[in-house]
Design a protein around this ligand. Sequence first.
Ligand code: ADP
Ligand code: MG
Length: 318
Amino acid sequence: MITFQDVTKTYEDGTVAVNNVTLDIHEGEFFVLIGPSGCGKTTTLKMINRLHTISNGDILIDGKSISEHNIHELRWNIGYVLQQIALFPHMTIEENIAIVPELKSWKKADITKRVDELLELVGLEPDTYRKRKPSELSGGQQQRVGVARALAANPPIILMDEPFSALDPLSREQLQQDFLKLKEKIRKTIVFVTHDMNEALILGDRICLMKDGEIVQVGTPEEFLNKPKNDFVKSFIGNKQSILLIKLEEIVSEVVSEQEVESGVALDQEATLGDALELLQHHDAVTITSVNGTLGVLTRQKVLQYIYKHSQEGGTIT
Ligand code: ADP
Ligand code: MG
């Protein structure tokens, strides 16, 4: 879907922000770019919608070089959410969300319908918020509007640059949790930048860790947890690897879901959280058993949530 071919970005002052990056982002994937400040995440993102030029190499979307796409169409077909969303202060929430549909000359009735649908989707009651001005919303609510605006014309690709990082921890966690559900509903190709490994593990289908403009490791959350490539990756993973050694029996009451989920495989409660995660790469759910029978069903999301909750300290490098 989005292919980086030996992409290098050298700024005018000689700074090599992105160095020889080759990468394939799949359709419908939630792809996380993570790494310390200054490692080239924003530059990488901005080359995709041509807010920055590429110095060397090429980026293809659906097999066609971005330089051959019409720049306006390219931008309309790529939603963009920033850390501090710049909503137009004099426009209502409704007008802010409708910007791209207006540019695309949608019918009035279609726009109104779409705005309501999007406000619902991001958890803002349309009747309450439609006519408000951005200043009448909290930071978290403004970020929600930013997400709605990026989705407005139903672009196949969404770029998000640290969309939750300016929020207080509580709003941030709420938005992450809501976004987890939202991403299942919208099923888009999302490239998401963060410097928070917890956020990456919980949201990402795949994660790409960068350092000094280069890729260090690309893989699923499970691969990062189970097979960190080197000490640098380990420093980002923090204490999460030790969490994987916890036996299921110790946490069974907290992580096992009551609801009936189809599960093809079983694990004894003596097994570890890491064993479960390994299996959950290939199965939707795992049944936890003891000598007394079935204890319940464990899902991948439950395991990642557990790791997230118990590793709030560490894991973030700025
Ligand atoms: P990140 O988003 O990971 O923090 P950036 O992509 O913003 O990293 O920056 C990567 C590197 O490029 C940094 O060293 C940064 O100082 C440099 N850089 C970013 N923008 C410019 C610019 N416009 N001109 C020169 N150097 C820049
Ligand atoms: Mg950045």
